[in-house]
Design a protein. Structure first.
Length: 316
């Protein structure tokens, strides 16, 4: 178990995963959670990161920061996704090794796995085949971070562990229609259609791809579980072990927000990976399971969205 009195730095603390992890650590009794906004520390700057780490001296790090986005953002800005994420991981891991950080948890992504690998995807399938072209740049950056954790363990004995989450959703997500992932994008689209009394909603792609969705509060609990109990170099998948088609997801969200509305699929937009269902047997065997049913999680996320829309606090 980690000491609840020790200092723990959560990078990316304002993001979907980072903010949920901060809330989870607070609830677990951590009394010294360190955060610093992007405006005060550019994680791509090694000198600045090393200097801050010498000052702050965190005992643990949850490395949740990254440049993230959905299929369109990844397709249109591969350089940003590659450069930012490579630099963010390189600087933080190097400084963590220099400062003797006791434990670091690195957040990867399920897009690191090959486009066509067998389903559900086991951790061993990493680097066994070509990546999905729409997010290959991002995937390479995340794979570099994962391999870096393993390299620091081998060369310096660093206790750097890594997790590969499936698609996450929940409060504090991005809702910008061009940058967002599918679930928050559809919440916004159906909400707008309801307000404007529209008869249909555009859905990108064919609706055939399958995706797995894990509530970010479940993911945060999994991260704390692994911080307390896991110390090996093997990366660990974190997901629900269940997936559904984009069409089924859209129907589920429509049923909550604007029942009966027509779905207009646009095959000119990219489908991306046909399926990326994670094999979660490793983390289940360690003793962790998710709690949020998808429909309840969507309902809670929609309620959060509506509340924050009114206050202008949304990242749209
Ligand atoms: O969530 P998403 O953008 O990314 O798209 P991925 C998932 C599926 O939803 C694709 C469809 O087949 C999209 O075509 N889709 C339908 C939509 N309507 C929409 C919409 O309005 N917005 C969006 N965004 N999608 C991401 C990677 O892949 O997975 C990230 O790009 C990251 O880097 C994330 O790894 C976990 O699930 O395809």
């Amino acid at each position: 178990m980690l000491s609840r009195d020790a200092s723990i730095w959560v990078t990316g603390h304002r993001g979907l995963a980072g903010s949920a992890i901060v809330r989870c650590l607070q609830a677990a009794g951590f009394s010294r959670i360190l955060t610093i906004p992007r405006s005060e520390l550019d994680l791509r700057d090694q000198h600045a990161v090393s200097h801050w780490m010498r000052q702050a001296q965190p005992r643990y790090i949850v490395h949740a920061a990254g440049t993230v986005g959905g299929i369109l953002a990844n397709s249109e800005r591969p350089v940003d996704f590659l450069y930012d994420n490579l630099m963010i991981h390189a600087t933080v891991l190097r400084a963590a090794q220099e400062q003797g950080v006791e434990k670091l948890l690195y957040l990867g992504s399920s897009c690191v796995y090959p486009r066509e690998c067998p389903q559900p995807i086991r951790e061993e399938y990493l680097l066994t085949g070509p990546l999905e072209p729409t997010n290959a740049a991002y995937a390479i950056a995340k794979i570099a971070g994962l391999v870096s954790c393993q390299a620091y363990r081998r060369q310096y004995g660093c206790n750097f562990i890594s997790v590969m989450p499936t698609n996450l959703y929940g409060p504090y997500d991005h809702f910008d229609l061009q940058k967002a992932h599918v679930l928050p994008a559809l919440i916004r689209k159906f909400h707008d259609a309801r307000l404007q009394s529209r008869s249909s909603v555009p859905i990108w792609g064919t609706g055939m791809p399958r995706r797995e969705f894990l509530h970010v509060e479940d993911f945060a609990a999994a991260c704390l579980f692994l911080l307390d109990h896991y110390n090996d170099e093997q990366t660990i998948n974190v997901g629900t072990g269940e997936d559904l088609t984009i069409r089924e997801l859209a129907e589920m969200i429509a049923d909550i927000i604007v029942p009966g509305i027509e779905l207009e699929f646009d095959p000119a937009k990219p489908d991306g990976t046909p399926q990326k269902l994670l094999d979660v047997s490793r983390i289940r065997a360690l003793g962790w399971s998710p709690t949020w049913p998808l429909k309840d999680g969507i309902r809670q996320t929609y309620e959060w969205y509506v509340q924050h829309l009114a206050t202008g606090q949304l990242r749209c």
